[in-house]
Write a protein that binds this ligand. Sequence first.
Ligand code: FES
Length: 182
Amino acid sequence: MKLQTSNSKLQTANFQFQNKACDGPLEFEIGSLELNIVAFCCHYCAYAAADLAGSLRIQYPASVKVVKIPCTGDLDVSSVLEAFEYGADGVMVAGCLEGDCHYQLGNFNAKRRVNYVKTMLRQIRFEPDRVRMFNMSSAMGRKWAEAVTEMDETVRRLGPSRLREKETKETKETRELVQEAI
Ligand code: FES
């Protein structure tokens, strides 16, 4: 992961993500858009719903960057925190409807972890609403678009993450706290 300082107040980052939740390394640039939301989507439902929304040409905000994972239960707390550390303004975790996880309890485990991340973020004075869990079936293309729109509105209201701001004493402290938590 490289951080590049741009002329603007915000930094851009090349986010490279690889852990057991992903098939291979995922690289993308964060910071090229005004707002960056990383959406970890389970392959079976949320990812398929996002695909469907695209096929049906349902409009949704371009701020979202989809990362496909086999099941939301595979996503660990540190991966969510890493996304914030590397420049995400918001993180969505989108899985199957409750009771429909292909690995049985994966989405319940994910929900528990998302709530845990919220608690951690609150403790380091980082807005907990920047992370949220969503549930949907593969047929819910419209629900996907609504979820992204809701998340985009929430994050837009909160503004860019302070971890994207040029280094100040406060951002340095927050980054250190996030790194400690990872
Ligand atoms: S397979 Fe979709 S959340 Fe587990």
